[in-house]
Ligand binder design. Structure first.
Ligand SMILES: NC(=O)c1ccc[n+]([C@@H]2O[C@H](COP(=O)([O-])OP(=O)(O)OC[C@H]3O[C@@H](n4cnc5c(N)ncnc54)[C@H](OP(=O)(O)O)[C@@H]3O)[C@@H](O)[C@H]2O)c1
Length: 241
């Protein structure tokens, strides 16, 4: 049986669309902004009122202070951060349930072959390449499964508003790369510490980010792993389930 997602199912066209898909033997997952709907019961029909959860970034901050909490002033230094500020503002206008989840440099075992920071460092070191990594940028790197389970908790509790979900250990990106080297038994002398100014990069990056995660710990019971444990989980053979 094919499944179709119909958003705006409560609308004029949406209502008839749902009926026609059901008649054509689809399973219909429908959503609308209201909790109420006027569809009759049908074994292949499920309706959900929507809770919009948006993934945002530490790059909404300018990186002058670091360890940001949810309430702090956003002031992006590059276009990516600016697009996220625009998007956050749009989400905040949503008149129903919304949550904004900001996160920081996410790592873990990738399922699609697209390497993230930690995997990229490990792969380059194993090829004996030299890496140039920022030592003037601080982050609280986030283990991907902590982020995923935190988002599920937000959905389950219908927790609204802004949440900072990141790791708890603040370190420079260079330090993080050296920890990866140690973890996989490679020599960290292949990693050269550089400053942002050493690269002629067109886009500036916030220097000190990282999050205070007190709100998520208190409201969601969020309890992220240490960076060391995150590395173990990343490199253990059955990390992606
Ligand atoms: N990874 C991090 O370190 C990090 C840190 C802070 C915030 N975030 C935020 O977390 C979110 C997910 O990040 P990620 O690392 O998982 O990114 P990703 O690996 O690049 O995945 C992005 C996903 O979005 C889809 N996508 C991109 N443009 C789209 C479009 N115009 N219409 C529909 N789908 C589109 C892509 O689809 P295809 O697969 O079809 O291309 C892909 O599945 C992003 O919003 C990112 O800004 C990530």
């Amino acid at each position: 049986m094919k499944t179709v997602l119909v958003t705006g199912a409560n609308g004029f066209v949406g209502y008839y669309l749902v009926q026609h898909f059901l008649r054509s033997s689809y399973r219909v997952v429908a959503s609308g902004r209201s909790k109420e709907h006027s569809f009759p019961d049908h074994p292949h029909f499920n309706y959900y009122d929507s809770h919009f959860i948006f993934l945002s970034t530490d790059f909404v901050f300018n990186g002058e202070r670091g360890m940001y909490s949810e309430e702090e002033q956003r002031s992006p230094v590059n276009y990516y951060g600016q697009t996220k500020v625009f998007a956050e503002d749009a989400v905040m206008q949503y008149p129903f349930q919304w949550s904004i989840v900001r996160t920081v440099l996410v790592y873990g075992r990738s399922a699609n072959g697209k390497l993230n920071f930690v995997e990229h460092v490990a792969a380059a070191l194993r090829r004996n390449e030299t890496l140039r990594i920022f030592h003037d940028q601080v982050r609280t790197l986030t283990y991907v499964e902590d982020l995923a389970s935190g988002i599920v908790d937000i959905a389950e509790r219908k927790a609204e508003g802004i949440f900072h979900l990141s790791g708890k250990d603040a370190m420079t990106v260079y330090e993080a790369a050296c920890k990866v080297a140690q973890f996989i038994g490679q020599n960290d002398s292949q990693i050269q510490p550089i400053c942002e100014g050493d690269l002629n990069a067109p886009a500036q990056r916030p220097k000190l980010t990282g999050f205070t995660i007190t709100k998520a710990q208190k409201d969601l019971g969020y309890d992220p792993v240490s960076f060391e444990t995150g590395l173990q989980k990343t490199f253990q053979s059955n990390a992606v389930s």
